[in-house]
Each structure stands twice: as structure tokens, then as C-alpha cells.
Design a protein around this ligand. Structure first.
Ligand code: ATP
Ligand code: MG
Length: 425
């Protein structure tokens, strides 16, 4: 019978890869907590309308990337393509943003996101993001702190030299409207040279043309009117203050006036952390300010800023740069080999070791077999030592300690002395 395969662009994370995932999750989660962020979890499925309204009808995501279907009730549902819209929905639904005045919420989440894109290295249809959102803070200080936090993360992961920060300001919707008119005029004059997507975008969402990955389109944009020249005073002051904070804290950045981001909800600050080590899928983290989104989804005006970080791309980068600590792949400390009729004693021994040293990872050999076959499994398990239990050992209340990863004499010791031995390991 033909075997069923996973869906294209949706990957299994196999046991030999999961240590890298667990490591990254642990480092990021701990860092977020150190900066005062709290975890929020929301469903993978939402009403399609949420993303249409939140992300914008004329974006790549909503136009062609969403997994949308009608459920048995006839409701239109979508597998979340990103987290911000859901996060805002949850905050509004649970009145987390308003209590007479504005409340501050600093939140994070992580999990799978779904986009029907062309799968390639660093681009999947089910991928994972860490998302961070801060609500209720309008000033550039929180923008700067988010960037300081990500910069610290790269240092802690050992990849700081491989990533650079690009920032830009999109201004307010008023300043974007003035720029939009000038941009449309410029693009209309060059319409036939634009790629197909960009031609379509020209009138619906001309700013998105800057986001095009087609080189000829990017070349055409070289002399296009820049948002920077249309920035309103407030956005300009916000951006200058952000740059001042980053300078003052020693965070290097590049101002990229072409950086617009692929989602509609951004205003003022936008940023991306990029690397040249992963080919064209070089953005590992992107985000920005979205002061209008909460209101757009039915809430009261609430300033907000956030980012999404691609876990698969980060893991690719960590591998590429050899930055995964070796010890994370060592998943077992002790393998218990039980030879002969010693079943209950071996099981007791395993539990005893687990009582004695809860942090020690112990695997009890199950399924019988001879000494040599069991030792082979012990060796393959990656454990540091094997505890061998035969009938002689059981009769004498002893156990034989065999060192699997170093040239060292085996020793037979009393079970009661095992703790001392394990402490030394
Ligand atoms: P790109 O320009 O590469 O398509 P994007 O602007 O669509 O990225 P965001 O929506 O900002 O990406 O998502 C934040 C991060 O999530 C990206 O910087 C990237 O690291 C990761 N990401 C986005 N789409 C994918 C995908 N299809 N597969 C793997 N990672 C992704
Ligand atoms: Mg994209």
C-alpha cells in the first residue's frame, strides 16, 4: 500500500533535531522572562475575518498564503499565519488593555504558523515563530528595549557577528498617504517594467512594491520617492529618539529607507535582523510598531510594538555557525544493563538512582538479551556510564560501573556507594 507522507512544506522534527529546538526554546523563554514578558497562548485557528482585517487584504499573506476553509458550521476559519492579530484579539476579548486608563502588557508566545508559500530552505508552510508584543507604550524607549533584548539574545546564542539590524520609520497613516500618491505616480510611469505582483499592487498597496523580491523591480525603485521624505514631525522625532537610544546603548544598526515589511499594520518604527549566511531567506526576526491595529480590530486606540522570530531560520543559522553547544545532544547519563534473572532488582536500581539523583537521566534496558547486545545498546544510547547488574552483583548488593566514553577501569561497588560515584560524573 502506498505510504502516506507529510504535507509538502510541513516538517517533522525528529529526535536528533529536537535538542536544538529545546535549547533555543529554553534560551529565548528565559530571556523573555528576564525582561518582564509573560506568556500568552491562543488557538491555532481563528475566524478568517481577523486576519483579513488585521494583516490587510492587499498583503501577500491574505491574498495568497492563508490556509482557509469552511468548517462544518459554515464558518470561515484560517490557520494562523502569524501571531499579532490573534494576540490583539485575545487581549481585547479579555479586556487586558483597558482598565479606566491604559494598561501595559508585555507578552510573548510561540508556536506553529501556517502560510502556503513555495517551500525552500528557510521557507516552510508550517513554520514556528517566537512572537513578542508590548501594548500601551507609545514612546521610543520600548522600541529600543525590544531591540536591546534581541541583541542580547544573539550574543547569548553566539551569533551576534552574523546578524545586522536594519531599521526604518513608516510614519503615520497620514504621512504614508502623501507618499503613496507620489509613489503611484512614479510607478505608473514605469508600470510595464514591474513584475506581475507589483503591477497589481500598484494601486491597492503601492508601498508593498518595496517589499518585492524581484531584482528588476528593486532596481526600478532606486529613484522612487522615499517615505523618509514624507515623514511627519512626530514620527521623525520618535525615530531620531530611537536612534539616539540605540547609539547610547551601543547597538549597531543601519537605516534602510526601503524596509517596509510585508504586513499592513505597521506604523512608525519597523525593523529586521538579517543575516547573509542563509541565502535569500535572510531575515531571522522582523517587527515594528503598530499603533493603529488595536483600534482597527475594534478596540480603543492603543500603542503597540512587537516582532516575530523564525525558529527554523534561527536553527539553520545556529547549525551553519556551529553554535549549538555539544552537550545538548547528550541526552542520557546512565544506561542500566541487566543480565540474567535480575529483572526486579534492575528495575529497583533504576528507581533508586532516580530517587538519589533526580537530575540524572537514566535508561533501564528493557526487552532482555545477552550482555554484549545490551552493552552495544548502552554505547549507542549516548550515556556516560553503564551500570551492569548480574546475578553476582544482586547477591552481593553491588553494581558494576562501566565507563562508556573514557578509558577507565570498570569498578564494582556497593549500591549504597553509588551516589558518590554518580556525583563525580
Ligand atoms: P519573508 O520576507 O522572508 O517572507 P516575512 O516578512 O513574511 O518574511 P514575518 O511575517 O515578518 O516574515 O515573520 C517573521 C519571521 O518569521 C521572519 O523574519 C522569518 O524569520 C519567519 N518566517 C516568515 N515566514 C516564514 C516561512 N514561510 N518559513 C519559515 N520562516 C518564516
Ligand atoms: Mg513572507
Amino acid at each position: 500500500m502506498k505510504k502516506i507522507q507529510a504535507i509538502t512544506g510541513m516538517k517533522d522534527v525528529l529526535p536528533d533535531e529536537s535538542p536544538a529546538w529545546q535549547y533555543l526554546e529554553a534560551v529565548i523563554t528565559e530571556l523573555l522572562q528576564r525582561y518582564g514578558y509573560q506568556e500568552i497562548r491562543f488557538p491555532l485557528l481563528e475566524q478568517t475575518e481577523l486576519f483579513k482585517r488585521g494583516i490587510g487584504e492587499a498583503t501577500d499573506i491574505v491574498e495568497k498564503e492563508m490556509y482557509t476553509f469552511e468548517d462544518r458550521n459554515g464558518d470561515m476559519l484560517t490557520l494562523r499565519p502569524e501571531g499579532t492579530a490573534s494576540c490583539v484579539r485575545a487581549c481585547e476579548q479579555h479586556q487586558m488593555l483597558f482598565d479606566r486608563g491604559t494598561l501595559t502588557q508585555k507578552l510573548w508566545y510561540w508556536g506553529p504558523m501556517f502560510r502556503h508559500e513555495k517551500p525552500q530552505k528557510g521557507r516552510l508552510r508550517q513554520f514556528h515563530q517566537f512572537g513578542v508584543e508590548a501594548f500601551g507604550l507609545a514612546g521610543p524607549d520600548i522600541d529600543a528595549e525590544l531591540l536591546l533584548m534581541t541583541a542580547r539574545l544573539w550574543r547569548e546564542l553566539g551569533i551576534a557577528d552574523a546578524v545586522t539590524l536594519q531599521i526604518n520609520s513608516l510614519g503615520t497613516s497620514e504621512s504614508r498617504a502623501a507618499h503613496r500618491a507620489a509613489l503611484i505616480e512614479y510607478l505608473e510611469a514605469r508600470q510595464d517594467q514591474l513584475d506581475e505582483d507589483s503591477q497589481r499592487r500598484l494601486h491597492t498597496n503601492p508601498l508593498r512594491v518595496f517589499d518585492s523580491k524581484v531584482e528588476q523591480t528593486q532596481a526600478l525603485l532606486r529613484d522612487a520617492p522615499m517615505l523618509t521624505d514624507y515623514l511627519d514631525d512626530e514620527s521623525r522625532a520618535h525615530f531620531d529618539a530611537l536612534c539616539g537610544l540605540l547609539d547610547g546603548c551601543g547597538v549597531a544598526y543601519e537605516v534602510n529607507p526601503r524596509l517596509v515589511r510585508g504586513l499592513d499594520y505597521y506604523s512608525k518604527t519597523v525593523f529586521e535582523w538579517v543575516t547573509d549566511k542563509l541565502g535569500s531567506q535572510g531575515t531571522i526576526c522582523g517587527g515594528g510598531r503598530y499603533d493603529a491595529l488595536v483600534q482597527q480590530l475594534g478596540g480603543r486606540p492603543t500603542p503597540a510594538i512587537g516582532f516575530g522570530m523564525g525558529v527554523e531560520r534561527l536553527i539553520l543559522l545556529l547549525r551553519e555557525l556551529n553554535c549549538l553547544p555539544e552537550e545538548i545532544f547528550q541526552q542520557l547519563d546512565v544506561y542500566i544493563v541487566a543480565v540474567g534473572d535480575v529483572g526486579p532488582a534492575a528495575m529497583r536500581l533504576a528507581e533508586q538512582v532516580r530517587d538519589m539523583r533526580p537530575e540524572t537521566r537514566v535508561q533501564l534496558h528493557c526487552g532482555g538479551g545477552g550482555f554484549r547486545a545490551q552493552m552495544k545498546k548502552a554505547d549507542r544510547s549516548g550515556a556516560h556510564i553503564a551500570l551492569v547488574l548480574g546475578e553476582d552483583e544482586v547477591n552481593n548488593d553491588q553494581v558494576t560501573v562501566k565507563y562508556l566514553r573514557e578509558e577507565r577501569e570498570q569498578q564494582t561497588v556497593a549500591v549504597s556507594d553509588l551516589n558518590t560515584i554518580l556525583v563525580q560524573e
